[in-house]
Each structure stands twice: as structure tokens, then as C-alpha cells.
Design a protein around this ligand. Structure first.
Ligand SMILES: [Zn+2]
Length: 244
């Protein structure tokens, strides 16, 4: 009489074990594709098409996954789930006029007056090693230069100007400062560990404004430094003295 009972019990346990193992077995591969991905926060001028293009994902899939009703109207600040992406990428904005390859004579001349880089106008913002230059980098644009330096290294204002931003920047930039200067120029200092000046403050060329850090999308302590002419990113090296 006791014997059959034990059989029933152990059979039940065995079935239970089977149920669990089979559950885990089928769930694991199903959850994996959903788990890999990043959240991209939509910034001004970023279209769904450009975001999809940058992440190399089908735009229809992006619409489907994020349950977007009107693809033409994705408000700034929308958090998009990018399935399959491993890191947040820089998406160029349609706000900026498309740069066209133009002939020197016709289009270039009138722009020269206003947009010619003023060599030596800026001072090197940090003592360190140039680790990345301006321009294309592995298929995406790099709007500035990277200067590697140890955490806490002082960051100086590259020229006299007014602080127009001192806070956490858009995705990836971390703690950031923007200073407005003469000649339609602004300079951007990103990934800081600490900002020493507040918005609206006037700063002198060479004044300490922040400390080097690795906040935001950064693999190690460095300064990401941008120069913008009327919001157009320019090569900082054209404004900095050749000698550091
Ligand atoms: Zn950078």
C-alpha cells in the first residue's frame, strides 16, 4: 500500500521538474532578441527615417516596435526602443542645411567673410593627448575632437564668452558646458566630471570652467570638444594654435 504512493509522489516531482526545464528552455531564446537594444531619445530635427538609417534598422520595424501612430510627427524627447542596438548612436539633424560640394568661385566667396576660421582665436581647453579627430569615424560623424586626460584635469574656456549651457547634455554628452563667443562661434565641452561655472556666467579665455571626466557615452576620461559656427560643427583644429 505504501509503495504505490511513493511512485505517484516521485512521478509528480519528475513531471514538475520537466515542466520547469522545458519552460526555461523555450523562454530563454525567445527573450534574447527583446533584451538587446537601447533607448534613443529623439532630439530636435531627428526624423524617424534618419534614426532608422543610423541604426541600420528597418523604419517599419521601428514604427511597429514603438507603436508609433504618426511616423511624420515624432515629438522631441520621445524615447524610442531600438531593438538589436548595443549603444546609442549620434543621429544627424535635418535642422542643419545639407552641405553641398560647391565650386570655389560662386558659393564659397560670400561665405568666406563670415565663416572663415580664425586661426589661434581659441586656446587649447585642456592639456592632454588628441585621441580622436573631427569628421567621420567608423561610419558616423564626430562633431568634435577628443582630448584624453586624467579625471579632474582642469578644462579652460577656449576664448572669452558667455556660458549658455551648464548641465547634463543630450544623450551621450554627459555633463556639458557650452560657451558663446564672438565671430558666431560656440564651444562645447562634454563628458565632464564637474562644471565650475553656471549658465549666463561670463568667462575669460583660460578660465577654469570644468574638470575632465567620463560622464555620458564615454569609454574613459577625456574632453569631447566642439566648435560650432552658427550651430554648424567646425574642425576645432582650424581655430586652435598648432602648438599645444
Ligand atoms: Zn568625441
Amino acid at each position: 500500500m505504501i509503495f504505490p504512493k511513493r511512485i505517484v509522489k516521485s512521478t509528480g516531482l519528475l513531471l514538475l521538474t520537466f515542466f520547469f526545464t522545458s519552460c526555461q528552455g523555450s523562454l530563454a531564446p525567445y527573450q534574447l532578441p527583446q533584451g538587446v537594444g537601447v533607448t534613443h531619445v529623439v532630439l530636435s530635427g531627428q526624423t524617424l527615417y534618419r534614426i532608422a538609417q543610423t541604426y541600420r534598422i528597418d523604419v517599419q520595424k521601428l514604427i511597429r516596435v514603438n507603436k508609433i501612430r504618426d511616423a511624420a510627427k515624432v515629438p522631441v524627447g520621445t524615447r524610442l526602443w531600438i531593438p538589436g542596438a548595443y549603444r546609442v548612436l549620434y543621429v544627424s539633424s535635418t535642422d542643419r542645411p545639407q552641405r553641398t560640394v560647391h565650386k570655389k568661385k560662386s558659393v564659397h566667396k560670400p561665405q568666406m567673410k563670415k565663416r572663415a576660421p580664425v586661426k589661434n582665436y581659441l586656446k587649447w581647453p585642456v592639456k592632454g593627448t588628441l585621441t580622436s579627430t573631427f569628421g567621420r569615424r567608423g561610419g558616423r560623424k564626430h562633431d568634435g575632437i577628443d582630448i584624453g586626460a586624467s579625471r579632474g584635469t582642469p578644462i579652460y574656456a577656449a576664448a572669452d564668452g558667455q556660458v549658455v549651457f551648464s548641465d547634463w547634455g543630450p544623450t551621450g554628452y554627459g555633463l556639458m558646458i557650452i560657451i558663446k563667443h564672438e565671430h558666431h562661434l560656440t564651444t562645447v565641452y562634454a563628458h565632464n566630471s564637474k562644471n565650475w561655472v553656471r549658465k549666463n556666467a561670463w568667462v575669460k579665455r583660460g578660465q577654469k570652467v570644468a574638470s575632465v571626466g567620463s560622464t555620458g557615452r564615454s569609454t574613459g576620461p577625456h574632453l569631447h570638444f566642439e566648435v560650432r559656427n552658427d550651430t554648424h560643427p567646425r574642425n576645432p583644429l582650424k581655430y586652435l594654435p598648432s602648438k599645444r
